[in-house]
Design a protein around this ligand. Structure first.
Ligand code: ADP
Length: 509
């Protein structure tokens, strides 16, 4: 059931074909029903008219017979009547199309009305209301009824025509009924019904087939367009739709191809621009390096001789050195980033035990200087990954420096966890924490929560750390809540596993 619902929801073709079949079935059923009703009415009316006129001539003949009889004696009259019924049923050709029922005389002393009928008919076949109508007045009356034949369990549809006869000699009245079978008409009707049913069925199947074909013609190019759009979405912009003819589908394909071409050229333009920018940053950083080294050397000389200067000049020499150091670190960060951007960064892989890295980090003079206590968790079991020691070290150093610089926390927790696929190292502090979407923004280049309190930072530390983690096929994620502290989790895949986060981050998920 669920599968059917899914197919109904997802496939336009199923919906088009099903609704076409349902609607055409309704139309065919209604038309068939109306047609059948007209045919049935026509057949029955035609037969009835013929029957009434045939019966009328029979009534006239019978009345003439009675008029000619002057006999008043009951038994003789009865004989005449029996003969009349016989002759009426006999004289009408070999193929008799009706049966006869003669009731009468209608007014007898004992109330018993004698009935004569042609052999095949069951006496109660005349509808009671017709019998009453005939008895109560002159004229010809008719009714549709079901004829019960003697010796047959089923009934036949029929039309019954009746009229009153009067014997002038005795003054007795009689009711004569003609019973015409409608079986031929019923057979014709059955034939028409079967033909309509088969024709209707064939028509519905045909219409369903046509709907399927037509919807396929329209939907095939749409499906193709969808597949190509999916390929565009996954970054493959080379594909083009095949344009055939000049119809709407062809125009759709053309627009689609134009869109892809335009997207491709825009992307190329942006790629070129971005490459140019990267080149520019890299070139500028390189170009600045040489003069910076010279200026730095000169500043070292000034710095070393600051004792001989007056206090104000000595302070300037110190400031000069500090800012030049900062400038140098900014330049080297920029060069690093441009190497990542150009895809030129390379890893020097060695087995690295992240538990050992955590233990070393716990003894970092950086934290000691800031008076921060360290809690080590899970650093007893070896957690070995293939990694570039220099880069891992840089990440951890950066995380510890940030905790010391920005968090204001006096405790830092370093936790190592691992599963079959990867190892993670988390640095958690209990300081100011991160606000709202800051845990995503900390990885933006040059982003700082509070630029006024830069603490000498450039806003490039975390972006570089994340690039380092990505280079390892791993991740660097941040979590934080204002006032509760923050946590940075480095995850590196084990040599034979793909990166999945081990136990640590699930705590904050
Ligand atoms: P920088 O190189 O200037 O230190 P980072 O990229 O390392 O820059 O960090 C960017 C910003 O993220 C910092 O300016 C600081 O506002 C915020 N930040 C980083 N670590 C923490 C932390 N542990 N607690 C609070 N804020 C932090």
């Amino acid at each position: 059931m669920g599968r059917l619902v899914r197919i109904w929801r997802r496939s336009i073709q199923t919906r088009v074909v099903t609704s076409t079949i349902v609607l055409s079935t309704l139309v065919v059923a209604f038309t068939g029903w109306a047609l059948l009703r007209d045919v049935a009415d026509g057949l029955a009316d035609g037969r009835r008219e013929a029957a009434v006129s045939e019966a009328r001539s029979g009534f006239d003949y019978a009345q003439t017979q009675l008029d000619a009889t002057v006999e008043t004696e009951q038994s003789t009259q009865s004989q005449v009547l029996t003969q009349m019924v016989d002759s009426l049923t006999r004289t009408r050709g070999a193929q008799r199309t009706y049966e006869l029922v003669l009731e009468g005389p209608l007014l007898t002393d004992d109330g018993q009305v004698p009935v004569r009928s042609s052999a095949a008919v069951e006496p109660g076949s005349v509808p009671a209301d017709l019998a009453d109508a005939v008895r109560s007045g002159s004229g010809t009356f008719w009714r549709y009824s079901d004829l019960a034949l003697l010796g047959s369990s089923s009934t036949q549809p029929s039309v019954v025509v009746g009229s009153q006869l009067r014997a002038p000699g005795s003054g007795d009245t009689y009711a004569l009924f003609y019973l015409f079978s409608l079986e031929d008409q019923q057979e014709t009707l059955d034939l028409v019904r079967r033909a309509l049913l088969l024709g209707g069925l064939a028509m519905v199947v045909m219409v369903g087939g046509v709907a399927w074909l037509v919807s396929r013609q329209v939907l095939d190019p749409v499906r193709l367009a969808r597949r190509i759009a999916e390929r565009y979405a996954s970054g493959n912009l080379e594909q083009r739709m095949h344009v055939r003819g000049e119809d709407d589908i062809a125009r759709l394909s053309t627009s689609f191809n134009q869109m892809a071409a335009s997207l491709q050229s825009q992307i190329r333009r942006l790629e070129n621009l971005s490459r140019l920018q990267q080149r520019f940053v890299s070139d500028v950083s390189h170009e600045l390096r040489t003069p910076l080294t010279t200026v730095q050397m000169a500043s070292e000389v000034l710095y070393d001789s600051r004792e001989r200067f007056d206090p104000q000049t000595a302070r300037s020499a110190e400031l000069l050195k500090r800012e030049l150091d900062r400038f140098e670190s900014l330049l080297s960060d920029l060069l690093d980033l441009s190497r990542f951007d150009a895809g030129a960064a390379r890893l020097e892989l060695d087995p690295v035990d992240l538990a050992q890295v955590a233990r070393d980090a716990a003894r970092s003079p950086l934290l000691e200087r800031a008076g921060i206590r360290v809690r080590l968790v899970g650093a007893d079991t070896p957690a070995v990954v293939e990694a570039d020691m220099r880069r891992i070290d840089r990440i951890v150093r950066n995380l510890l420096a940030n905790a010391a610089k920005y968090s204001g926390s006096d405790v830092v927790e370093i936790e190592v966890a691992q599963n079959a696929e990867s190892v993670s190292l988390a640095v958690r502090d209990f300081g100011v924490g991160l606000d709202g979407d800051e845990n995503l923004r900390v990885f933006d280049r040059f982003w700082r929560a509070d630029p006024a309190r830069t603490q000498g930072g450039t806003g490039l530390g975390l972006p570089i750390s994340r690039e380092d983690a990505t280079l390892h096929g791993g991740t660097l994620q941040a979590w934080g809540r204002p006032g509760e502290g923050s946590e940075f989790i480095l995850t590196v895949p084990k040599p034979d596993g793909s990166a999945k986060h081990p136990a640590i981050d699930s705590v904050y998920a």
